[in-house]
Design a binder for this molecule. Structure first.
Ligand code: NAP
Ligand code: G3P
Length: 502
């Protein structure tokens, strides 16, 4: 019990239930999905492998409760989001520990993820109170008079399906839920099967904060089993998805005629010019490439250094990388386990391919269990898989370049377009290069990242569709409604009504 939050009703022993229409339920499938700690492979808990029938039912519950929630005034919704944030903060230690265990995130980062989500809830509540429409008078166009006015305001889309990835399972479901609810939608949330436990706690938190039963619902289950059914369901009015480009592209094909917000994979490249500040650059690269063992969409995933700085940059990055702590996430080691043994195998395959094709190993290429040591590869060329594929692990390739033009070409050749980085003291040149990069965001003299969360965050090409970030997410999960007033000609009589003073 935390401040009268009773989490015990969520589960029977180790078996967590799913949350629909204000009740915690067991699936009729009788099938459970095991959730293992990727660090020590302990079985933490099980979640329900829900059926398509249960998916259909939960979506219909959300659909039936749209009106009830839309009737809540904006200030009441804001109050509920703020209370939700307060409850998250009170539970941040407990939820942070659970998050650490279920995905292997360093403890402090896991607790920060809970608190960051609370901050998003608060900021969403606050920014929503500024939502307004506009009134336009028709006489700007020939043939139209002042008697024609358009009055616009924003309305919810309906049922929003929120699907999150394993690497931020609480934050990247919460950052969808908050704007969806604030805009007046009802929600069906599906957490990742590799990290569902912390996100399930939204059921307790939001109910306690005042969200009525049926407005917010959580279904657990394998994306491969119920994912297609969920995204293509006719009563789903909008999909807000974060995950791999492969999954995102697939669901975009089958979703049908509904708005999509897709935050997908990345291969963020750091262009390092000869005049870059070495200390700033080294710190950004090491932190950007290896925090949470590289399991971030905005991780630094390619470094393109010019000849004048390359050697000393690679030496300093290697030296700092060798200082990174490795091991138990509970002890806040920077390098911990990847999410699964299968993911480790994939990352190892990229390393082996690069070495077979002539890359130079500077450090790493060692594995124990699900931990891969931070690995730096020099002299990577465009024939190697690591130059183009997203490892989602602690591997950093250096692709040496001879000109900014070559750097732009290699950056843009990627299928991904999430973020890019330019390190130089010449800000004019940085701005000119930034204009040429086919990405959502360019960081100048800083590592790629999503925060702060009121900034626009988007990917181009295979990195996504639409824009996250509080204000942008609110807009994406609502639409304008327009009322055009065709006032009568009576308005013109007013002048005749005035009797000039004698
Ligand atoms: P993933 O395998 O694509 O899974 C993401 C979510 O999609 C999970 O909840 C998954 O459920 C669900 N899913 C799987 N198949 C589905 C289907 N057919 N229909 C609907 N949903 C389905 O990605 P991940 O491994 O969790 O996350 C890593 C990837 O996400 C990386 O590529 C990373 O770059 C990307 N990512 C991007 C951002 C960003 O903001 N751009 C942020 C974080 C991560 P199950 O778990 O049950 O399969
Ligand atoms: O992969 C998660 C993505 O949203 C990056 O977030 O804050 O680590 O840059 P952040």
């Amino acid at each position: 019990m935390i401040n009268n939050l009773d989490f015990s009703i969520m589960k029977d022993g180790k078996d967590y239930k799913y949350y629909s229409n204000g009740k915690w339920r067991k699936s009729t499938s009788g099938d459970l999905i095991q959730v293992y700690n990727p660090y020590n492979n302990e079985l933490i808990a099980n979640v329900q492998a829900c059926t398509m029938e249960e998916a259909d039912k939960i979506i219909k519950v959300a659909h039936e409760n749209i009106d009830c929630w839309e009737e809540f005034p904006l200030n009441k919704r804001a109050e509920i989001l703020n209370e939700s944030a307060n409850l998250m903060i009170k539970s941040s230690e407990k939820l942070g520990h659970l998050l650490m265990r279920e995905i292997g995130k360093p403890l402090n980062s896991a607790i920060s993820e809970i608190i960051r989500t609370a901050e998003i809830f608060k900021a969403t509540a606050e920014s929503s109170l500024q939502i307004s429409g506009e009134t336009i008078i028709g006489d700007a166009f020939e043939g139209y008079s002042k008697e024609k006015l358009s009055i616009t305001y924003r309305v919810p889309l309906g049922v929003v399906l929120c699907i999150g990835p394993f690497n931020y399972p609480f934050n990247l479901t919460g950052s969808k839920i908050a704007p969806a609810l604030m805009a007046g939608n009802s929600v069906v949330m599906k957490p990742p099967s590799q990290g569902p436990l912390t996100a399930l706690h939204f059921g307790i938190i939001l109910e306690k904060a005042g969200v009525p039963p049926g407005v917010f619902n959580i279904i657990t289950g394998r994306g491969s089993e119920i994912g297609d059914y969920l995204v293509s369901h006719p009563l789903i009015d909008m999909i807000n998805f974060t995950g791999s480009s492969e999954t995102g592209k697939f669901l975009a094909k089958i979703a049908g005629m509904k708005p999509l917000l897709l935050e997908l994979g990345g291969k963020d490249a750091a262009i390092i010019l000869d005049d870059a500040d070495l200390d700033i650059t080294v710190k950004a690269i090491v932190s950007g490439a290896f925090s949470f063992s590289g399991q971030r969409c905005t991780a630094v995933k390619r470094v393109l250094p010019m000849p004048g700085i390359a050697d000393k940059l690679i030496e300093k990055v290697t030296k700092e990388t060798l200082k990174l702590t490795i091991g138990d996430p509970a002890k806040n080691n920077i390098i911990g386990p990847l999410i699964s043994s299968k993911q480790c195998d994939y990352v190892q395959g990229l390393i082996d391919d690069a070495l077979e094709k002539g890359a130079v190993l500077k450090c790493g290429n060692k594995r124990e269990g699900n931990i891969i040591w931070p690995t730096i590869l020099d002299n990577v060329n465009v024939d190697m898989r690591i130059a183009w594929e997203e490892p989602f692990g602690p591997v950093l390739p250096f692709i040496r370049i001879n000109s900014a033009e070559q750097a732009i070409k290699i950056s843009n050749k990627s299928e991904y377009g999430l973020q890019g980085m330019i390190f130089t003291e010449n800000i004019d040149l940085a701005f000119n290069i930034a204009q040429e990069l086919e990405v959502g965001t360019i960081q100048v003299n800083g590592k790629s990242s999503r925060g702060p969360d009121h900034f626009p965050f988007l990917g181009t090409k295979s990195s996504g569709l639409g824009t996250q970030g509080i204000k942008y997410a609110l807009e994406s999960m609502s639409r304008p409604k327009v009322v055009v007033m065709n006032l009568s000609e009576k308005g013109k009589l007013i002048k005749e009504c005035f009797v000039p003073e004698k």
